[in-house]
Structures are given as C-alpha cells and as structure tokens.
Design a protein around this ligand. Structure first.
Ligand code: SF4
Length: 497
C-alpha cells in the first residue's frame, strides 16, 4: 500500500550536503521466513542496516495467502512507528529494504520491496546492487509490450521473471538473472518460499542466519545481531538459497567465476561490528591502519581520526606507530539529515555542523589525521582548516583507501571522474589543495594485505577494486546508451568517453 503521493520526491531537508563528500552506501536488504513476527524482525533488521540507505524504507509481508506492504520516504524509524502499520504487516514471512538510489530517481514508486501478481502468484523482490545492462534490457522489454511502473533497475528483474517461459519460480528467477549483468544481492518471496541470491562475482554481501526455527537473510550480520539471531554463513557468490517449510536448500545455477567482493565494504560501507565474508570489518579496518602506518608513518605527537568511520584505522595506525590516539575531532550525531539550513550564513558554516575541533588535544601538536577516503575533497579541506585553526603545528593526512580515481557502477554512488579529486590531481597538487603538510593513501597491495591476501599484483585479484584501479571486470553494456538517465549508468558514458 502506498502511503503518500507516489511521485513525491525526497524533501530537501532529508538530504545531507556534508555527506556529498563520501561515496554513498548502496542499499540494505533483509528477509525473515518462519517467524510469527516476521515484519517486526524485518524492521529491526532495517534499523541495523540504516547506514546502507537513508532515503526510503519498505517492508512486504506474506501470510501465506496475501501480501501486505508499507513503503515510505525517509528513515526506518519514521516509516514504521505506527501500530496500525505494523499490525497490517501480518504473516510469518517478510522482506525489507533500505534504499539509497543508485539507479532510478527518488520517487516513492521506486521504493522497494517491489511486489507484483504474476502468472504463478505473487512475488515480492528487493535488491542491493546495480545492473549494468538494465537500460538495454528495459528498452527490449518495453518494445515487447512491458509496462514499467518505476524507473528502478530492479523492476527489470521482476519483468524478466514475469515473462520467463519456465514454470517453476526458481527456474524463472535463474532464467531472469542469467540475462542481467552487474551486481546484485536479491531477496525474493512467494506465498510459501523465500529466495536469497548473490551475483556470480558476489560483489555485494548477503548473509544467512537462524532464529528459533526461523531463517533470516540480511546484507550484513549486524542485522542478525539486533534480532538476537545466529549468524550461519554468507550466501556464496553465484548461490541461490531456497528457503521453505522443508528448510534451506542451496543451488549453484551460474557459471563459476573468480569472486570479486567489493573491497570498499571493508573500508567504509559495512558497519564495523559486522562480519562479512567471514571476516570482522572492524579488524580489517584496524589492520588497514597498521599497514598504512608501516607504509607512511611520519614524526607526530597525536593520531586523530576523522569520526566516525576513520576511528578503527586510526587506532591501528596509532598502535603500529606508537603515537598516542586522541579524539581530536568530535562529531555531533544530532545533526545531518534532519538539520534544516535556513540561511546561506549557516550553510557556510559547513562541516562545523557535524565536526568540532577538540582544541586541548590539537594545540601545539603535530597531527596525523586519519580518514577512510577522499572523494571530492571538500570536507577534508574544511577539516584540515579546522584542525589548523585549533592550533596544530603540522597536519599530515593519511587515508585508509587507495586514491578513488574511478566511479563505481556496481551499486555505490560516486561522482564522475571530473569531480573525483584523485582523478584530477597528483599527490603534490592534492596536498596543496587540502592544505596539509603531507598526504598518503594506503597502497593497493597494502589494502590487500590488510584483508588477508598476499597483495593484488601477485595473483588474480580476488576483490572488486575498480574505483581504485579502473579494472571493471564486468561488461558495461549500457555505456553508450544515450537515453540512459540513471545516476550510475550515466557515469558509464562519462567514464568511457
Ligand atoms: S567499484 Fe569500488 S565501491 Fe564499487 S563495488 Fe567495486 S570496490 Fe566497491
């Protein structure tokens, strides 16, 4: 059921201009099979996955006969606070989605999960990732008479399932997904079965959990923790997990390829308390900090993280370098998406709305600032200014990712190359632009060492690192599509121009 005008766009006060200097998390998905409070658990899971998308949230439940839906713009807490809404989401099965729009505009018609009545019955579907041939497929489908009700790439999958010649839902899903290219972790639901699927490269995460006889699928293990559920395992790249009354069954319907999990999940996107691909995100971030210190330590008095995401890497950097760690910048958690900027003057205060210098730990000090990434560099520049104004005698910036030189087409919103600082400037130029005494990024090999590999150059890459290397290992079919309006896909044209 739609709760507001389906063509409403996210209001301006829900957008956060300061966050424009970070790559945007993609989406979060969750599914619960076999719990009388499935929808409540789905909402809890979406709360834990809120960092993966803050523009909209939705839940579709099923009572074995009918589907029930609630979707809305804004945060999970804004959309699922009413008892009436939760009472309506009845049934022992539910799927949920947190949205950040990497494809399609921000209208409510694009908010997931999607639901449709197909020849075999109802199907609910939600998706984390981005399809790189969605525009091409969509045009072919429209020419065959398909009518689309959204501009999202996920609806392409729904339409392909609807038109498949196979009878069984499982076969229809596989048939549809063999036609798509790109990144997807999907959860689908009929009246009696739930499906969890990762693309053959396993670019985006998906885990399987268990709670008192119920089976759970979620983007990250932190969603299991909040429900009190047990982490069972990651859904494997190219795996289709089928969950029904008989339990969990695994199918491997795709041609096997070397997996390429998104390495940026470890650096920034995933929550630090999550375990993804069997590895603690927090531990990896600390190890990245240790590697960074081995590669680019500098004489300093204090290691200061740019909160919050720079904290684990800064702890690792401090431990390895032997220089004290201090919270030299304090983050205000009560501003951001709900902060309304009434005048140009307050807007110009910029980064100070969110971060403030902790002068006592900066004055007269040689400071190493540790952050996870630099995209445009606008926020980094303001933070450096703030640290200098607080009395730091030297500011050295250390970044726990390699330079972001290429846009992502696999489910993360990054600017085009013209707006990526590291794509436009060399290290010396970036140091000058940011106003730092020195700047260093972790090397790509150092990053691979931190995630437990020997190094990137010594073998086939086992992660997606395309935004650092330009190694797009998947076809970018829509790249020459002049009608493409999606944020992500329009970047394909830019990148390959
Ligand atoms: S391009 Fe970068 S952000 Fe995108 S999936 Fe690959 S590693 Fe992740």
């Amino acid at each position: 059921m739609l709760t507001t005008n389906p063509f409403d766009l996210a209001p301006a006060h829900l957008r956060d201009e300061d966050d424009d200097d970070k790559p945007k998390e993609e989406c979060g998905v969750v599914g619960i099979f076999g719990d009388p409070d499935a929808a409540s658990h789905a909402v809890l899971g979406l709360h834990a996955l809120q960092h993966r998308g803050q523009e909209a949230a939705g839940v579709v439940s099923c009572d074995g006969f009918s589907f029930h839906s609630h979707r809305g713009l804004g945060h999970v807490s804004e959309n699922f606070k009413s008892e009436e809404v939760m009472n309506r989401l009845a049934g022992p099965m539910a799927i949920g989605h947190n949205r950040y729009s990497t494809s399609g505009d921000k209208a409510l018609r694009n908010v997931q999960p999607f639901y449709a009545d197909l020849a075999f019955g109802g199907l609910g579907l939600c998706h984390n990732g981005n399809l790189t041939n969605a525009v091409t497929l969509r045009r072919q489908l429209v020419q065959k008479g398909c009518i689309f009700s959204s501009t999202s790439d996920t609806e392409v999958v729904l339409q392909l399932v609807a038109r498949s010649d196979y009878l069984a839902v499982e076969d229809r899903l596989v048939d549809a997904l063999r036609k798509v290219e790109g990144a997807y972790s999907l959860i689908a639901m009929t009246t009696n079965t739930m499906y969890g699927i990762r693309d053959p490269y396993g670019i985006r995460p998906l885990v399987l959990g268990h709670l008192d006889g119920a089976h759970i699928l979620a983007s990250e293990s932190c969603a299991l923790d909040i429900m009190g559920a047990e982490y069972v395992r990651d859904v494997e790249p190219g795996e289709l997990v089928v969950i029904d009354r008989d339990g969990v069954r695994s199918v491997k319907p795709f041609v096997p390829v070397q997996s390429r999990f998104c390495i940026f999940e470890y650096i920034y996107f995933a929550r630090p308390d999550s375990v993804v691909e069997g590895t603690s995100v927090y531990h990896v971030r600390k190890r990245i900090g240790e590697e960074l210190a081995r590669e680019s330590a500098v004489p300093a008095d204090v290691i200061v993280p740019v909160p919050d995401s720079g904290v684990p890497a800064a702890l690792g950097f401090a431990a390895e370098s032997g220089v004290p760690f201090e919270f030299g910048i304090i983050r205000n958690h009560y501003v951001g998406r709900t902060f309304i900027q009434p005048t140009q003057r307050t807007r110009d205060l910029g980064v100070k709305r969110k971060h403030n210098a902790n002068r006592a730990f900066l004055e007269g000090k040689r400071v190493v600032l540790v952050d996870d990434s630099i995209v445009r560099g606008t926020t980094s520049k303001k933070i450096v200014q703030m640290v200098r104004q607080a009395g730091a005698t030297e500011v050295h910036m250390r970044i726990s990712s390699p330079p972001t030189t290429h846009p992502c087409f696999f489910g993360i919103d990054t600017p085009d190359r013209d707006n990526l600082l590291a794509a436009q400037h060399n290290l010396a130029e970036m140091e000058k632009l940011l106003g730092v005494d020195s700047l260093a990024f972790i090397s790509i090999d150092g990053l691979y060492r931190a995630v437990g590999q020997v190094g990137r150059e010594l073998g086939n890459p086992t992660f997606c690192d395309a935004c650092f290397t330009g190694d797009y290992f998947l076809p970018l079919t829509d790249r020459n599509d002049t009608e493409c309006t999606s944020q992500q896909l329009s970047l394909l044209r830019e990148k390959l121009a």
